[in-house]
Write a protein that binds this ligand. Structure first.
Ligand code: ADP
Length: 265
């Protein structure tokens, strides 16, 4: 029996396949694009190939993420908050604050020592403090985002960009560049802006786990957060896949509970 979580995010779709013990067998990831369902099918195929899934074997699917309600072939849907908590707690079983920086939103999830969600905050109002902010600036600078993250590692200073709004921030970056400001320092300011917006959302507590594509692909973000908080900051392996992993674990737990309930009757 195979269990899969498909996280159809606003920017990237991720899939994780695990076995009946919760061991990860394979993963897939693709940019989401316009068609949620098509991308979910493709990302599942990618994870199946990675897992050496034998065609026709029984598989249970839980969908999560922004496009989850379009995945009509799934056996169920779950919120990203529940899946993040489940996926992170699976590898870090302690009370913690999960800070998930995604493509178009940021979520802060407070998890208790029992793994249950105590409360959460979602910022969906604007792109500041999300991957979209970084992607837009990289696009305006005609650079890969990963290149900017590399440049930022050698930047100096502790000042975020002065513009809050993404459109103004990318104009500000171009303007500063034309005025001779060092690109390393500018790149650092751009990442500092994201960190500042994220940290405005809540007080994080003393055990912080960072997830999502921004942190997974740009190590500077975790470094900057570490400089600003007192608590321990952890980035799990495959930090962009934690919600998909949580969905796969939920698929497994639901199936096992049903099997147990049936054998009891
Ligand atoms: P969502 O679940 O909302 O779709 P993700 O957690 O997958 O978002 O994160 C998407 C963000 O991750 C992008 O907006 C981008 O900022 C960042 N990202 C993804 N891939 C890369 C990469 N290869 N290099 C740099 N940043 C990346």
């Amino acid at each position: 029996m195979y269990f899969t979580g498909i996280d159809v995010g606003s920017t990237f779709s991720k899939s994780v396949i695990c076995d009946e013990y919760g061991e990860v067998l394979g993963r897939g990831m693709l940019r989401t694009g316009a068609d949620f369902k098509e991308r979910a099918v493709q990302v599942l195929e990618a994870a199946k190939a990675d897992a050496n899934y034998p065609e026709g074997a029984p598989i249970r699917i839980i969908a999560t993420g922004y496009g989850r309600n379009n995945i009509d072939f799934a056996d169920g849907v779950m919120t990203e908050i529940a899946c993040q908590a489940k996926g992170v707690f699976h590898s870090i079983p302690e009370a913690q604050t999960i800070v998930d920086i995604g493509g178009q939103d940021t979520k802060i999830v407070f998890v208790g020592s029992n793994g249950l969600v105590e409360r959460f905050i979602v910022n969906r109002k604007c792109a500041a403090g999300t991957g979209a902010f970084l992607e837009e600036i990289a696009r305006r600078l005609d650079k890969e985002l990963s290149e900017l993250a590399q440049l930022a590692q050698n930047g100096k200073g502790d000042r975020a960009l002065s513009s809050y709004c993404t459109v103004f921030a990318s104009s500000e970056v171009l303007d500063l560049l034309r005025r001779g400001v060092d690109i390393h320092d500018l790149a650092r300011s751009m990442f500092l802006s994201v960190v500042a917006r994220v940290m405005e959302l809540a007080t994080f507590g003393d055990k912080i786990t960072l997830t999502g594509g921004v942190v997974a692909n740009n190590p500077i973000v975790a470094d900057l957060i570490r400089e600003k908080v007192k608590g321990k900051v952890t980035v799990p392996d495959y930090a962009q896949f934690t919600a998909a992993l949580g969905a796969a674990i939920i698929a497994k737990e639901q199936f096992q509970k049903q099997a147990k309930d049936q054998s009891a009757t």
